[in-house]
Design a protein around this ligand. Structure first.
Ligand SMILES: [Fe+2]
Length: 289
């Protein structure tokens, strides 16, 4: 497969490396079907270039470092990298969870992240448990002023809502999709109920049906060890990988689900509608050329 021609996908920012892992030694990677190579220059600035067919390198691509990651774009980004105000709050724990490669469309991964109905069945006894399988009603919307998808007033019974907790309760969640391949979750913090933990998932589409994803967390939690926080998230994410890789088709259909959608699917319906309005084809069943 080769570099996509989908302008909507090309003209966006993607996290492609973890800042702490990038040094002087070039790292080969792939974005939207295009081989790229990244390294750090002597002054510390990252340099990312396309690897051309003859093995030579293209001109420097746009580059930025944000949220512990190195970001780039193969096109001309139409807007800045997502703003995560919580990242600037100095009392938060920053937990980059590492890249996980998945045989699935990145858009499928976003949709799975938005879906609460799978909690009791996929994250059994952690993020959900029978008989609490009902998704209480919540609101979904495309926010026109910021051009993002939000799902608000989400609640769900979770047996173990965070690394600090060992008993169950109803969690209060808000979901945000600021770009087609980035999804965020805000969770009322169990140890500090007037604040929200922020968890972002950065997805790097490698091919239409292959990607890497990295959860990055900004938590209000002075108790847990970094290892405990990392392990909690990794267990959940590896459970999700099994589900996402087994969905068929691997690419995301933009029509609402063939089955009669339930109200639990309202965030997915808003997300698909928003993607369709944007005209994105990469990673959808309306394949990019
Ligand atoms: Fe999940």
């Amino acid at each position: 497969m080769t570099r996509t021609t989908d302008r909507v996908a090309l003209d966006d920012w993607y996290a492609v490396e973890t800042s702490a892992e990038l040094g002087a030694i070039p790292m080969r990677n792939r974005l939207l079907g295009q081989d790229i190579v990244s390294r750090r220059l002597a002054d510390g600035a990252p340099l990312i270039r396309e690897v051309l067919d003859d093995g030579s390198f293209g001109p420097p691509l746009p580059v930025a470092e944000r949220y512990g990651c190195v970001w780039t774009s193969l096109g001309t980004p139409v807007r800045p990298i997502v703003d995560i105000p919580e990242a600037a709050e100095t009392d938060r724990r920053f937990v980059p969870c590492g890249w996980v490669k998945m045989r699935a469309s990145g858009l499928r991964i976003v949709e799975n992240f938005l879906d609460m109905a799978h909690f009791p069945f996929v994250h059994t006894d952690i993020l959900g448990a029978e008989p609490y399988t009902e998704v209480p009603q919540y609101q979904s919307e495309i926010r026109r002023d910021v051009d993002e998808v939000w799902a608000t007033n989400c609640t769900f019974f979770q047996p173990r809502i965070a690394a600090t907790e060992d008993k169950g309760d109803f969690v209060h969640l808000t979901y945000r999709v600021p770009s087609p391949f980035i999804v965020m979750l805000y969770r009322v913090c169990p140890t500090s109920p007037n604040r929200l933990d922020a968890i972002a998932l950065f997805i790097q589409p490698i091919e239409e049906d292959l990607c890497r994803a990295q959860p990055v967390m900004y938590l209000v939690d002075s108790l847990s060890t970094q290892t405990a926080l990392l392990r909690f998230e990794q267990v959940i994410f590896l459970q999700d990988r099994i589900i996402v890789e087994n969905q068929r088709p691997l690419l995301l259909p933009l029509e609402p689900r063939a089955e009669i959608p339930t109200r639990a699917d309202s965030s997915s319906i808003a997300y698909r509608r928003w993607l369709k309005e944007k005209g994105i084809r990469y990673g959808t069943t309306n394949r990019a050329a």
